[in-house]
Ligand binder design. Structure first.
Ligand code: GLC
Length: 658
């Protein structure tokens, strides 16, 4: 029987209630001079009125140019030196992409920058404040000094929704206190193939685990009616939908799988990629949604007709806004409509008519505005669509309290990166550790043991933070303040009790406990695809293309494991990576204990806490751990799968009391 998506969504339509975004208003007078120029504010300036009333009043006063401006977001670098385009182009929003930071990169400089842009927005005829968006996907990774949390794959391993809510509340506080009021997080992708470079942005392979972790939205936004608080931001659930469900080999452009095609049927797509958006919208009240770069190709319609999500009216308007009852803002991904078929005007009207409310146009904001105006004047984009989009955007701005408090509330700015926030991150790191093997009760390390520490990722905070840290791709080395895993081991075991030799060239004592920390270097998006990006192959390997990422341990790490584990009394292999890595039988056989540490972020001490027994191992695998890359996609529940360690696996230890 053909289960049409419409049949499924009818059920949702019956159950869906309007998304209740409760009015947020504070009695304090608007800091901007009322447009009316008198002490009597216009209705939209009156915080005592309900939000829908304010939206309707403001919309009625806006010109088409001002409305199209609200639907336009551009990048910080376009207005950093000259903010006047914010005013003259009526820009509704600015974003910082990965690594797009003020100089100096300090919380105060961030707040000063966002407020400077805000002043330009308030200089518009109707004084409409702007939204500033940023990828606070594991803390505000763009801001030096921010608390950098484990990436989502580690948070998924905690199986601790309350902790995830707390993590994201700290993230929201550090983000809002430094200016941005909008976080492009969390990703609700269920990563089905670990060869995908964005696997670490996923809470796990199972959409039901993803749903458990949607307390992240509550941490970012707070309870309904609290979006205007100084420690909350608008959340963005992404990438709608099926970003983690694409087939390897169908990737866009240079990427083998990223931005590819989900070749599926409506029932499977609902189960693997859509269902987690229902609670995100209706229970957690996510304020915005970002479409995926990927496409969907319905097998029941015959393979061979992939439709890009950025142009998918059935799923963006029919399902998300209609059946699920989403009343927030759909924000495109970075130049997302540029991947749509047709010429530029066609791409613009296709994206807007499909249901995108605001366009992330870092390099073509003027052209987007003029082209959309042309499309409206030509009758190819109805004004009703424009008014719907702008109403959603204005609702978010009113809910965030930006008309009453357009400038950054810096009360909590001194807490950014402080001990209280880092303690939350350290606890999240410890709870994310997954103990995969523990022969002879090697862990926790016995007190007083001499540690021999080696491996590429033992003392590299950039590698343990991963992508979206300081720059889009992240980078190795001492990129951020915090503690490495080696720091934590020295602090916990006593520096005199620790030998450090990255390549294990120093002599290994026969009574030593070896700790070899291996893993990946940072990457983001398609750059992390196994086998890609295609042009990134290294021609240096005697002309034999070498993929940038291969889900294998490096030769140096394998050698370090071999050296340490063959000489030490016992040895522990710790894997710091954004996804499972293949553990060859040799290294696996040599290790007495194996730990999946994921990408812990700035608080490497949290890894040492579990190794030394200060905290127990409690983590569970958020994704299946394959024996070989050839097994991918290996996912729980398929009887044909035979992973090395199944989804949900994780050994436990008691917390050391002595
Ligand atoms: C990127 C990502 C998206 C991010 C956006 C802004 O390409 O796909 O997750 O929010 O651009 O940085």
């Amino acid at each position: 029987m053909r289960t049409s998506l419409r049949a499924t969504t009818v059920v949702l339509a019956v159950a869906a209630s309007a998304l209740s975004l409760t009015a947020v208003g504070t009695a304090s007078p608007a800091t901007a001079q009322p447009a009316g120029g008198t002490s009597h504010p216009l209705p939209y300036e009156d915080s005592r009125l309900p939000v829908p009333r304010r939206v309707a009043d403001l919309l009625s006063r806006m010109t088409l140019e001002e409305k199209v401006g609200q639907m336009t977001q551009t990048e910080r670098y376009q207005v950093a030196d000259d903010t006047s385009p914010i005013t003259t182009w009526h820009l509704g929003s600015i974003l910082s992409g990965g690594g797009s930071t003020p100089t100096p990169n300090t919380p105060t400089a961030w707040a000063d920058m966002v407020d400077r842009f805000q002043r330009a927005a308030l200089a518009t005829r109707l004084h409409i404040p702007l939204l500033y968006g940023i990828d606070s996907v594991h803390g505000d990774g763009n801001m030096l000094g921010a608390t950098v949390f484990p990436h989502n794959i580690g948070l998924g391993a905690t199986r601790d929704p309350a902790l995830v809510r707390e993590v994201e509340h700290v993230t929201a506080s550090e983000t809002r206190s430094s200016g941005p009021q909008w976080a492009f997080a969390p990703c609700l992708c269920a990563a089905r193939d670990d060869r995908w470079g964005r696997t670490y942005e996923s809470f796990g392979e199972d959409p039901r685990l993803v749903e458990q972790m949607e307390t992240a939205i509550d941490g970012l936004q707070g309870p309904p009616g609290h979006l205007g608080d100084r420690d909350r931001v608008l959340a963005t659930v992404k990438h709608y939908a099926g970003d983690g469900d694409t087939r390897y080999g169908t990737g866009s452009g240079d990427y083998p799988i990223d931005q590819g095609v989900a070749v599926t049927d409506r029932k499977s797509f609902w189960r693997n990629a859509l269902q987690q958006y229902v609670p995100a919208v209706r229970q957690h009240h996510a304020g915005s949604v970002m479409p995926s770069y990927s496409s969907v190709d319905w097998t029941e319609d015959g393979v061979g007709n992939p439709v890009k999500m950025h142009g998918n009216r059935e799923l963006l308007t029919g399902v998300l806004k209609g059946a699920m009852g989403f009343h927030g803002v759909v924000i495109s991904d970075w130049e997302g409509i540029h991947q749509l078929p047709g010429d530029w005007p066609t791409q613009v009207r296709t994206g807007v008519n499909a249901g995108i409310d605001m366009m992330m146009e870092p390099n073509a904001y003027q052209s987007f505005e003029t082209t959309l105006l042309d499309e409206v004047h030509a009758g190819r984009v109805p004004t009703s669509r424009i008014d719907d989009a702008v109403s959603r955007i204005l609702t978010a701005k009113f809910e965030l309290g930006l008309f009453e408090h357009p400038f950054t509330d810096r009360t909590d700015l001194p807490d950014i990166g402080g001990p209280a926030h880092r303690a939350v991150a350290r606890r999240a790191v410890a709870e994310s550790q997954v103990l995969l093997a523990n022969h002879h009760r090697t862990l926790p390390v016995r007190p007083g043991a001499h540690l021999y520490v080696a491996g590429s990722n033992a003392d590299d905070i950039g590698n343990q933070a991963g992508g979206w840290t300081m720059t889009w791709q992240g980078g190795s080395g001492a990129t951020i303040p915090g503690t490495t895993i080696l720091d934590g081991l020295r602090q916990g075991a006593g520096a005199g009790n620790v030998t450090w030799s990255q390549d294990a060239s120093a002599p290994v004592g026969p009574d030593d406990v070896g700790v070899v920390v291996v893993g990946e270097t940072p990457y983001a998006e398609g750059f992390g695809d196994v086998g890609g990006p295609r042009w990134a192959y290294d021609p240096g390997d005697h002309g034999v293309p070498r993929p940038v990422k291969d889900m294998q341990l490096s030769g140096a790490d394998k050698a370090a494991v071999d050296r340490v584990c063959s000489a030490a009394a016992s040895c522990v292999v710790v894997v710091v990576s954004g996804r499972p890595l293949v553990l060859d039988p040799q290294q696996l056989g040599e290790a007495d204990a194996v730990v999946a540490a994921w990408l812990p972020g700035s608080e490497g001490e949290g890894v040492a806490d579990t190794l030394l027994g200060r905290r127990p191992f409690t983590g569970k695998l958020p994704v299946s751990w394959p024996r070989t890359v050839a097994q991918e996609p290996v996912k729980g529940g398929d009887p044909h799968d035979d992973p090395l360690f199944p989804f949900g696996f994780g050994l436990t230890t008691a917390r050391r009391t002595s």
